[in-house]
Design a protein around this ligand. Structure first.
Ligand code: ATP
Length: 392
């Protein structure tokens, strides 16, 4: 299946409301596992429905291999049944009066596939999705996870070149979600199907996707690999939406931010305005030490929260700064902490964990400060050193 191109697509449901999708462009490459990620109401499902042909575009074009399926200005619209695209919704929409086997077979019958071939295809799907023994049950006699598998089997039986999944795991418990995630990855690898997956769950997106498209209020914020999105967020929204616990944000003019930038070998570029600029610090990229000679910023441990194999540690900067500043930061570690609540420690940040954002939320580069860079090189672990360039 060739690439799918979204060319400036927009959708406005009602004239007196802002568009649900506003001039979104992206290229979904053949064999990609694309996750469309964003908060509730940002336009994710609308994008999926437009690709499937279930929703008309207000403007723009959707093309496959350069051939328009939808082109508002040229008046082109290919109906859903002619797009060869499989769609699985959050609600599985199985036919309640048909058994599992009949549900899977239904679309093949419509395609007029010969009976023998149909039987074989149904058996293959049942084996692949591990639902053997359930063939003669009705949907009401299945668990949520089993219904989910049947819905996937029914869609995959049609051998779609593109599979659109709208929060298909949202009704499953944690264990089932995990096994379905593994199954989706396996299906993607085995079939090479192009998958477009809508979710508001960042962890799901980070673990499944080859590419993530982050949306907010109908607009595309960033598109890239999970690493791109996490390590080089294009703007403040993306930086704050991705990451758990969320990234710390400090005014760049605060003494903590200034100190961390400086000792990490960076400086604010001379052309950048510091007015309302913010420094983002990933919690897992902070470093704590009791060694005052390490030139870290003094903070107090205000809370330690174990989360099973990892610890969330809250740090308070105000107790130790003479200025009238009050900042709390979150630090995470997978090593059992050596400190106690109330203890004074020194804070540093790995260069790759620092992200600068302008007043309007756009990513900005930090400059390397030649005077302090040597110090940072010396003190920064190898992992961080290799990332130093990424921040620029
Ligand atoms: N049929 C409709 N008529 C009018 N407005 C709609 C319609 N469908 C969706 N919307 C609005 O369009 C916006 C985007 O909706 P959409 O369902 O695409 O968001 P979403 O990101 O998938 O949300 P969620 O994660 O909650 O499912 C929302 O503000 C929603 O209220």
């Amino acid at each position: 299946m060739p690439n799918i191109t979204l060319n400036n697509i927009s959708k406005r449901y009602t004239p007196d409301h802002p568009p649900a999708v506003d001039q979104v462009s992206m290229e979904i490459e053949d064999g990609a596992f694309m996750c469309v990620l964003g908060p509730s109401g940002c336009g994710k499902s609308t994008i999926l429905r437009m690709i499937a042909g279930l929703e008309n575009l207000t403007d723009g074009e959707i093309a496959v291999a350069g051939k328009s399926l939808d082109h508002v200005r040229k008046g082109i619209f290919v109906p859903p049944e002619k797009r060869h695209i499989g769609l699985v919704f959050q609600s599985y929409a199985l036919w309640p009066h048909m058994t599992v086997a009949r549900n899977i077979e239904f679309g093949l019958k419509l395609q007029k596939m010969p009976a023998q071939e149909r039987k074989q295809r149904v058996a293959d799907m049942i084996a692949m999705l591990k639902i053997e023994g359930l063939e003669d049950r009705y949907p009401a006699q299945l668990s949520g996870g089993q219904q989910q598998r049947v819905a996937l089997a029914r869609t995959l039986a049609m051998n779609p070149g593109v599979l659109l999944l709208d929060e298909p795991l949202s009704n499953l418990d944690a264990a089932l979600r995990l096994s379905m995630r593994a199954e989706l990855t396996r299906l993607h690898k085995e079939f090479g199907t192009t998958i477009v997956f809508v979710t508001h769950d960042q962890w799901e997106a980070m673990t499944l996707a080859t590419k993530i498209a982050v949306m907010n209020k109908g607009t595309l914020q960033q598109i890239g690999t999970p690493d791109d999105i996490y390590e080089r967020p294009a703007n403040r929204f993306v930086a704050e939406f991705i990451g758990n616990p969320p990234i710390n944000m400090l005014p760049v003019t605060s003494s903590v931010a200034q100190h961390l930038i400086n000792i990490s070998g960076f400086s604010i570029p001379s052309e950048a305005s510091t007015d309302q600029a913010m420094l983002g610090l990933r919690p897992e990229g902070l470093q704590l030490s009791t060694d005052a000679s390490g030139k870290g910023f003094p903070v107090v441990i205000s809370d330690i929260m174990p989360t099973g194999g990892a610890w969330i540690i809250e740090l308070q900067a105000n107790a130790v700064t003479s200025e009238n500043e009050s900042f709390s930061l979150v630090y995470t570690t997978q090593t059992p902490p050596l400190w106690r609540k109330g203890e004074h420690v020194f804070l540093r940040a790995a260069p790759h964990a620092m992200h600068l954002f302008s007043k309007d939320g756009e990513r900005q580069s930090l400059s390397i400060n030649s005077k302090t860079a040597a110090f940072a090189e010396m003190k920064t672990p190898n992992l961080c050193k290799s990332k130093t360039e990424d921040i620029l």
